[in-house]
Design a protein around this ligand. Sequence first.
Ligand code: SAM
Length: 372
Amino acid sequence: MSELDTDTGASAGTPAKSGPLGYGDRVQLTGPKGRLNTITLVHDGEFHSHRGVIAHADLVGLPDASVVENSSGEEYLVLRPLLSDFVMSMPRGAAIVYPKDAAQILSLADIFPGARVVEAGVGSGALSLHLLRGIGEQGELFSFERREEFADVARANVAAFSGAAPDNWTLSVGDLQDTLPAVCPTDSVDRVVLDMLAPWECVDVAAEALKPGGVLICYVATVTQLSRTAEEIRRSGLFTHPQSNETMVRGWHVEGLAVRPDHRMVAHTGFLITARRLAPGTVLPSLKRRASKGEFTDADLASWLPDLAGEVESSEMWSPEVVGDRVKSDKVLRKKVREARALADERGVETAPEVEQAASAAPGQQATNTAE
Ligand SMILES: C[S@@+](CC[C@H](N)C(=O)[O-])C[C@H]1O[C@@H](n2cnc3c(N)ncnc32)[C@H](O)[C@@H]1O
């Protein structure tokens, strides 16, 4: 019997989401000063702070949302983390989609139980976890990531949260443009979700995989990416007019008469662009409004960045650095892979040591997380 299903009746490989706490569960402890610590309950484990100790065994069998005392009598609130808590604290290889944007993506892309969804890139797997929850066990998620180390981090994070690699999740390593046609035939998926530097490069391949009426949604960080993506969706003639928006969430401090917005907020994360796939051969009726003066082209880009004009190819102009992404070194990335794997190990979940390059694999041989 694995540690995961000891004492609490949780099924093997799947940490309990409700009911009494058990070994293998991840729990958040909130201490006297509101400080938060997240631990995995293991046999003979102890949580130490500078003020005292709590034996993991003291938590096993308690209902979720209980209060326990440490060896000095200090009280701690014990809660199973929500998906949003897990995502915000899990190891990150790449920047994640924040819960506020994941919620918007689920709604705007109309992610439904049973949907067949394509997602690229996977990054740290934050959005994958939200999508897996949205499609349920009947749905299928096909995720694509071009960097092997990021795929490793995502694989471990998803396994750590889910308790096992989900059967309905296929993770392929390679560029979406090259790998999608081999994994998802024409007209076979309901939704395509793109979170990557240059989604405009993937508009045609996404259109090919989508069923008529299917939704394409792109998440980008900067206005320049927003414009380039929207213009490419229009240019393709394969989609309805793209809709763009951003979401700002401001927390409030509500205590007695002190009721006001929080002093700090996450001011900007990204923009969402949504469009629906037209049926083959359909030409969109022109809207009765003034046509835009023109598309966003490489010439426009050159006029914004005159120093680069004529010096570099437009594909080389777009890099994580130019859109202000912080780039992690290989050393830091390897550390994140180790952290993510350790988190999965703590929960008794095995993760694949390596992933194959789907780009070089024959159709049907792409790396998946289901066969390990
Ligand atoms: C910001 S991260 C994605 C974060 C992820 N959505 C999450 O919530 O954790 C962007 C990822 O896209 C990947 N990527 C960029 N272009 C790609 C492409 N054409 N095909 C596959 N992956 C790509 C990058 O390697 C990077 O890991």
